[in-house]
Write a protein that binds this ligand. Structure first.
Ligand code: ZN
Length: 115
């Protein structure tokens, strides 16, 4: 598993905060923020790619962040906007959290429907 050192971690966080200035859900930068987050999760979860955990698609437009424990809606409500929420997830991931994984939209909905 790839671990970021302190310097890399600080760089990643700064970059994300930089990208997320004045960003909201409808802003075009939102997509960049999400892409960076997907890459960070890809590294933190060991495969090094922003790809679907199940079917391995690498099409970022299809990729979603999945809460392994399924508490996404609850957690989302604690944050005023998606930017803060995504920064929170990135910090968690950089701190070694295993609560997030990448799934494509198809695998994501299959997971929810199979419950
Ligand atoms: Zn998939």
């Amino acid at each position: 598993m790839l671990r970021l050192n302190e310097q890399e971690r600080a760089w990643a966080l700064n970059r994300l905060k930089e990208l997320s200035k004045d960003v909201d859900y409808h802003n075009v930068h939102y997509f960049k923020l999400k892409t960076d987050l997907l890459v960070a999760i890809g590294f933190a979860t060991g495969n090094g790619y922003a790809e679907c955990f199940r079917c391995k698609t690498k099409d970022v437009q299809l990729l979603d962040i999945d809460h392994v424990l399924g508490n996404g809606d609850e957690e989302r409500k604690k944050f005023p906007n998606y930017t803060d929420y995504y920064i929170h997830i990135l910090e968690e991931v950089l701190n070694g959290s295993k609560d997030y994984q990448i799934l494509c939209k198809k695998c994501h909905s299959l997971k929810h429907h199979s419950k």
